[in-house]
Design a protein around this ligand. Structure first.
Ligand code: SDX
Length: 431
C-alpha cells in the first residue's frame, strides 16, 4: 500500500487517538485500527464486515459503483472475451499475463496433474448416491491432505507451488466424478490431449459405451464461465480460506473450508437457487407475485441472483454471462428457452421497480449462469460445484498472497459481549 503521512483522529472518552491512514493504488483509504484497543481500550464493531478491510491485496479490485472488476488490473470483460481460463489462472497466481512459453509450461503442468490418486475414488463410494455433489467435494478435497503429504508444508514455497497446481488441475476431475457418482455412471478419466474446459465436459458427459466429441461452443462457454468465477476480492469463501490459512492449516483443508462456505445460498449456492426460483416462477405473468414477496419484510424470500454486497450497479460478470446465455442458447437452437424469457422479463421488471432501484439490487453473476449450465445439460446440483471448481484458483492465489506476507498472523476477531456477567454456580437442588 502507498505509504503516506495521513492520519485520522478518533476522539472518544475525552481522548484523541491518532490512527494511521493507508492509501490504495485505487479505491478508498483505510484507517489502520491495529493499535486502537491498546491505545483506547475499545474495539470497532462491524459484524458483516461492511466497512472493514481485512487485508492488503494486489489480486482483484472491484468498484461497486462503476460495476468494474479487475484481475491484476485487467478488466473482466476483456479477459472473458480475449483470454481463457488457464491464462487467467496464471495471471491470478503469478501477477502478470504469461509469455507464450510461460503459458505452455503452465498448461502442461496443470494438464499432467489432472488425475487423482487411484485410491481416492473409494472416497466417493462412501457417499449415498443422492449426496449433494458439494458434500462430496468438501470431503474429497479435504481428504487430499491424506494423499499428497509432499505438498502440505506451507513453510516450503515449492510445496505451496505443487499444492497450487494440484488443486487447479484436480478440481475438474473431483467435480466431474462427484457428478458421475451422483448419476450412477462410471468415472471418466481426464485426457491430456484436451483443453481444460473440454476435459471437464468430457469427464462429465462421456460414457464408456460410445465416443464423445466435445462441442466447441459448449467448451468455449464453459471456459468463459470458469473465467467469470475465478476470483472476487475478499468474499465470504475467500475470507474463510484466508482465516483457515492463518492458523497454518494445510492448503487442502483451507480450500475444503472455502468450498463449505461457498455452498450457502447467499453466496455460491445462489446459482442453484436462482435457476430453481426461475423455474418456480415458470411464466412471466407470475413475476409480480414473486417481486412482491421479495419486497415483503415478513417473507424470508429473496430474489435469488439479485443483489450484492459490493456491486451497487450491474455486476459486470452478469453482463457477460447474459450475452453468453443468448449466444449459447441460440447456437444450441434453444433460444426460445422459457426460463431465459422469464429471467429477462424479471430483470426488466425488477431493475425498474422502486424497491430494487432504491436498494440498488441488480442481477449478479449467479442470475444467468444457471441458464447456461442448464442448457449444457448440468443438473442444478452441479452449479455450485462448478463455481467451486472455477474459484479454486482465486482461493489459492489469495492463500499464497497471505502466506507470502511476513507480517501475517492468525486471524482472531474480538466481540461485543452482551451475555451474563460473573455469577457463581448454583447446585441443581437450589435452582
Ligand atoms: C455471490 O461477495 C462476493 O463477491 C460474492 C460473489 C463472488 O463472486 O464471490 O459475488 C458471489 O455470492 C453473489 C451473490 C449471490 N447471492 C444471491 O444472489 C442471494 C440473493 N442476494 C441476497 O442474499 C443479498 O443481496 C446478498 C447476500 C448477495 C448481499 O447481501 P448484503 O450486502 O448483506 O445486503 P443486505 O442483505 O443487507 O440487503 C440490503 C437490503 C435489505 O433490505 P433492508 O433490510 O435494508 O430493508 O436489500 C434487501 C435486503 O432485504 N435485499 C434483497 C435482496 N438482496 C438484498 N431483497 C430482495 N431480494 C434480494 N435478492
Amino acid at each position: 500500500m502507498a505509504e503516506n503521512d495521513k492520519t485520522a483522529t478518533l476522539t472518544f472518552d475525552g481522548k484523541d487517538i491518532e490512527l494511521p491512514v493507508h492509501s490504495p493504488t485505487v479505491g478508498p483509504d483505510v484507517l489502520d485500527i491495529g493499535k486502537l484497543y491498546g491505545q483506547g481500550g475499545v474495539f470497532t464493531f462491524d459484524p458483516g464486515f461492511t466497512s472493514t478491510a481485512a487485508c492488503a491485496s494486489t489480486i482483484t479490485y472491484i468498484d461497486g459503483e462503476k460495476g468494474e472488476l479487475l484481475h491484476r488490473g485487467y478488466p473482466i470483460d476483456q479477459l472473458a472475451e480475449k483470454s481463457h481460463y488457464l491464462e487467467v489462472c496464471y495471471l491470478l497466481l503469478y501477477g502478470e499475463l504469461p509469455t507464450a512459453d510461460q503459458l505452455e509450461d503452465f498448461e502442461n503442468r496443470v494438464t499432467s496433474h489432472t488425475m487423482l490418486h487411484e485410491q481416492m475414488q473409494f472416497f466417493f463410494r462412501g457417499f449415498r448416491r443422492d449426496a449433494h455433489p458439494m458434500a462430496i467435494m468438501v470431503g474429497v478435497v479435504g481428504a487430499m491432505s491424506a494423499f499428497y503429504h509432499d505438498s502440505t508444508d506451507i513453510s516450503d514455497p515449492w510445496q505451496r507451488e505443487v499444492a497450487s497446481i494440484r488443486l487447479v488441475a484436480k478440481m475438474p476431475t473431483i467435480a466431474a466424478w462427484a457428478y458421475k457418482y451422483h448419476i450412477g455412471q462410471p468415472f471418466v478419466y481426464p485426457r491430456n490431449d484436451l483443453d481444460y474446459a473440454s476435459n471437464f465436459l468430457r469427464m462429465c458427459f462421456a460414457v464408456p459405451a460410445e465416443d464423445y466429441e466435445v462441442n466447441p461452443i459448449l467448451s468455449r462457454a464453459m471456459d468463459r464461465i470458469f473465467t467469470l468465477h475465478a476470483d472476487h476480492e475478499q468474499n465470504a469463501s475467500t475470507s474463510t480460506v484466508r482465516l483457515a490459512s492463518s492458523s497454518g492449516a494445510n492448503p487442502f483443508a483451507c480450500i475444503a473450508a472455502g468450498i463449505a462456505c461457498l455452498w450457502g445460498p447467499a453466496h455460491g449456492g445462489a446459482n442453484q437457487a436462482a435457476l430453481e426460483m426461475l423455474r418456480e416462477i415458470g411464466t412471466p405473468d407470475r413475476i409480480p407475485e414473486f417481486i412482491e414477496r421479495a419486497k415483503d419484510k415478513d417473507d424470508p424470500f429473496r430474489l435469488m441472483g439479485f443483489g450484492h454486497r459490493v456491486y451497487k450497479n450491474f455486476d459486470p460478470r452478469a453482463k457477460v454471462m447474459k450475452q453468453s446465455a443468448d449466444e449459447v442458447l441460440e447456437l444450441l437452437g434453444i433460444d426460445n428457452n422459457p426460463t431465459l424469457q422469464v429471467a429477462k422479463e424479471l430483470e426488466e421488471i425488477a431493475t425498474h421497480d422502486d424497491y430494487f432501484v432504491e436498494k440498488k439490487l441488480y442481477p449478479n453473476v449467479d442470475f444467468y449462469s444457471g441458464i447456461i449450465l442448464d442448457a449444457m445439460g448440468f443438473p442444478t446440483s452441479m452449479f455450485t460445484p462448478i463455481f467451486a471448481l472455477a474459484r479454486t484458483v482465486g482461493w489459492i492465489s489469495q492463500w499464497k498472497e497471505q502466506l507470502s506476507d511476513p507480517a501475517h498472523k492468525i486471524g482472531r476477531p474480538r466481540q461485543l459481549y452482551t451475555g451474563a456477567t460473573f455469577r457463581d454456580y448454583v447446585e441443581v437442588e437450589n435452582r
